[in-house]
Design a protein around this ligand. Sequence first.
Ligand SMILES: *Cc1c(COP(=O)(O)O)cnc(C)c1O
Length: 420
Amino acid sequence: MEKLNHLKKSDSELAKLVEMETRRQQETLDLIPSENSVSNAVREAVGSRLMNKYSEGYPGKRYYAGNALIDEIELLAIERARNVFHLGKQWHVNVQPYSGSPANMAVYMALLNPGDTIMGMSLPFGGHLTHGWKVNFSGKLYRAVQYEVGRDGFLDYDDIEKLAKKEKPKIIVAGATAYPRMIEFEKFAKIAEAVGAYFMVDMAHIAGLVASGAHPSPFPHADVVTTTTHKTLRGPRGAIIFVNAKSETAKRNGIDIASAIDKAVFPGLQGGPHDNQTAAIAVCLKEAAAPEFKKYGKQIVKNAKALAKELQRLGFELVSGGTDNHLMLIDLTSLGISGKEAQDHLEKVGIVVNRNTVPFDTRSPFDPSGIRLGTPLLTTRGMKEKEMEMVAALIHAALTGGNKHDISKKVKDICRRFVL
Ligand SMILES: *Cc1c(COP(=O)(O)O)cnc(C)c1O
């Protein structure tokens, strides 16, 4: 349990809420695929005095005095980011974006003009809001065209190529929040090349898998790669933009892509960087370069496959018939309950998931037909394939009228054995 000594003394009301949330995290099984649980070292960096500093600008070019050490910290984060993903100096790295959405916004701001065409994955088919969805800035400021998955739940690269040739986007975005399969970056890159578009990969969900070799790397193929640092990468909330300074597309468009992206982050969109967050990113990248992290990333996928297999054996229908990565989508249609009902039933017994649309969903996004499950956090807790089978059984019991008291007790038992 957290100490929170000072907080307890100065603000017991807030301290109590933090303690209760800590306990909630410890006593529930979190299968939300975008969540993770960071190391104590990462949390110490986030809570450090670095948060007191203003350092608008970049290393060596700050608008405030007193930034020599902050420069070192930011340069360390940048160097470690290159190291984790095995990148040469041609990859320019920006670690300042406050989070994933502002990182994507900065890329568009750097490379596009309002009204230009952006092509990304449709949100109800697994894409992210910032890939051109209509209620997001990306769908309002730009002309967004959206690709979907096929009836089998897989990306259909022939369809994506046809759409790209018809719509001539200026940028093609690959990456997803709810796609259980491998993304073939090489095929995307060929399509982008054929239509002269920038190829951007948003690897937010799978960055930790890429770092550990459990998913193919986008870097040999992309002009720009963005990622959050708080999902499978297991760092603080934050984001990184990787820019291929040798991008042929940028050269053809006559722009210095690295400096365009830096300028879009600051002063284009943001003010002072969150230096405490930058430091915590550096810490998480050191952790991600260690051999144990390779094992971790591979175990996430093994666990997802084990969970998927057992869920299927128990009769659940999975979108695309399984998973290649850290997540899966259960289509609940045949079970006769909605995603929201399932989410609520599961939360009552201490299993935390999130409702999600399934491809070609006939229900509304507020109460869709599916739930999304992922294994990053349970894997951080040290669970393996055997525990995934137990988790599948508990999910099945909770959704088919099993005894709530018994299920809750079993959930608590597992949580106690795999301490957070
Ligand atoms: C989570 C996510 C983001 C946005 O990250 P925030 O930090 O929530 O803004 C962007 N793209 C993808 C693919 C994501 O999964």
